[in-house]
Ligand binder design. Structure first.
Ligand code: F6P
Length: 373
């Protein structure tokens, strides 16, 4: 193939991005004889500004174990980009850069938002292939995403380590775990790390049920508890307010009502400081001392796990095969042990949440973990 390939990483960084870029490049250049690969800096902004770096064999060396993304990333959206003090649709500028660089395909590595942005570019006539990365594991139509396994390991180790200090001081420790609006990271690491309570967005919690579970442990002589809280976890009360705001948005007859409902939903979404509130409520309800640990960006940092390196490499090489066969407008997804090319329109606008009948939910309950319901 005499192909010119553009590649970028967008959205939050995720372990495995460099391994994926390396895999696309090594396979496309080395195996299929592609003409060139160009990396664009800082997500879609690099495309708008035509800031790029030539990725030859030498540039692709030494990337496998590297965390983050050596290309840089941003959360910029092509159709709503801050330029100076304005927010502008920069899609045409991106199309221009694509043609100026004589690209045959643009590979976009990103999460749910990136899939949507990439799809918009495909609709503008660009040849697009995407790869699914995120520590949140919330992209539809793929079993998993690279970055998730590494973050899962980090969060699990953190919960492991919190046990000895919680135990020594007879305390509750509330651990804030990332995951956006899904509970994959909190539930997975909570089970693997042996948390006593796990709160996830998919199951709104009742703080009294959480306190009851902790008091029950105290009665059994266990005067410490680890409470793993997903950043998107919500109380039953908040879930009701959210439901009302959603109804209000759907039933809004005028712009004002719609704006009000949207603002309410945004306010609820931004309110991520609930770990402290949960900790204070639990102190009051149980009489035990409580502390908060928010794992934050630690979960995205550092070298990718073996599983993520493997997945990123598998998806990256499959992407090069798609380029070779000129199959565009698709996301490379992992299904079982096989890679499949899923049309982007089947991916966008969906979020993979934990189904309530998922095995992990039952598993957690079986080992006596409270899900706060
Ligand atoms: O999507 C990955 C993620 O780490 C989420 O878990 C989290 O909600 C968000 O990104 C944090 O974003 P930022 O790094 O922009 O603060």
């Amino acid at each position: 193939m005499a192909k010119s390939i553009g590649i970028l990483t967008a959205g939050g960084d995720s372990p495995g991005l460099n391994a994926a870029i390396r895999a696309v490049g090594k396979t496309a250049l080395g195996r299929f004889g592609a003409m060139q690969m160009i990396g664009f800096r800082d997500g879609f902004r690099g495309l708008v500004e035509n800031r790029s770096v030539r990725l030859d064999e030498a540039a692709l060396s030494g990337l496998l174990t590297l965390g983050g993304t050596f290309l840089g990333t941003s959360r910029d959206k092509p159709h709503r980009m801050s330029i100076g003090n304005q927010v502008l649709d920069m899609t045409d500028a991106i199309v221009e850069t694509y043609h100026k660089n004589h690209l045959d395909v643009l590979v976009c590595l990103g999460g749910g938002g990136t899939q949507k942005n990439a799809y918009r570019l495909a609709q503008k006539g660009l040849n697009i292939i995407t790869l699914p990365k995120t520590i949140d594991n919330d992209i539809a139509m793929t079993d998993t995403t690279f970055g998730y396994d590494t973050a899962l390991g980090i969060a699990t180790e953190a919960i492991d380590r919190l046990h000895s200090t919680a135990h020594s001081h007879h305390r509750i420790i509330v651990v804030g775990i990332m995951g956006h609006n899904t509970g994959w990271l909190a539930l997975g690491s909570g089970i693997a790390g042996g948390a006593n309570v796990i709160l996830i967005p998919e199951i709104p919690y009742d703080i009294n049920a959480v306190a009851a579970a902790i008091r029950q442990r105290s009665r059994q002589g266990k005067n410490f508890s680890i409470v793993a809280v997903a950043e998107g976890a919500i109380s039953k009360e908040k879930a009701m307010i959210m439901e009302e705001a959603m109804q209000m948005k759907m039933q809004a007859v005028n712009k004002e009502d719609k704006k009000e409902a949207k603002a309410k939903l945004q306010e609820l979404d931004d309110d991520k400081d609930h770990t402290l509130e949960i900790s204070e409520q639990l102190e009051e309800l149980t009489g035990l001392e409580s502390r908060v640990t928010i794992l934050g960006h630690l979960q995205r940092g550092g070298t990718p796990s073996a599983v993520d390196r493997l997945l990123a490499t598998q998806l990256g090489t499959a992407c090069a095969e798609m380029i070779n066969s000129e199959t565009y407008g698709v996301m490379m997804a992992i299904r079982g042990t096989k890679v499949e090319a899923v049309p982007l329109e089947e991916v966008i606008g969906k979020r993979k949440i934990i189904p309530l009948d998922h095995d992990w939910v039952e598993t957690a309950k079986n080992v006596g973990i409270s899900l706060g319901a």
